[in-house]
Design a protein. Sequence first.
Length: 118
Amino acid sequence: VHLVESGGGLVQPGGSLRLSCEASGFTFSTYDMNWYRQVPGKERELVAGMISAGGSTHYATSVKGRFTISRDNAKNTVYLQMTSLKPEDTAIYYCNALSVTTTIMDYWGQGTQVTVSS
C-alpha cells in the first residue's frame, strides 16, 4: 500500500495550492479519503474528508469555504484545493485512506509540507 502526496511548497498569504495524493495497493474507490495536517507540538487535525460512496464531504471549520476536497477514482487520486491561504495553514499535510467494515483499514502517506509566508 502506498499513498504519495505532492504539491506542497511555499506560498504567500492569499495564495493557492493544490495537493495531490496518489494511492496504490488497495481498492481506492471503496475507501473514505481524508486530509489531515499537523504542526510540530500539536495533534494531527482532520482538515477535510470525502466518503467513498456518494461523495459527501466534510471540512474543519477553519478551512470551510477555502479548501475543497475531490477525488478521481479512475486515477486513484484525491486532491485538496487550498485557496486564500493563511500563515496558520502552515503544516505538514497528510493523506489518509480509511475503510471501516468488519475490520478497520487505515493507511497514511508520508506528508507534504505547506508553508504560508511572505
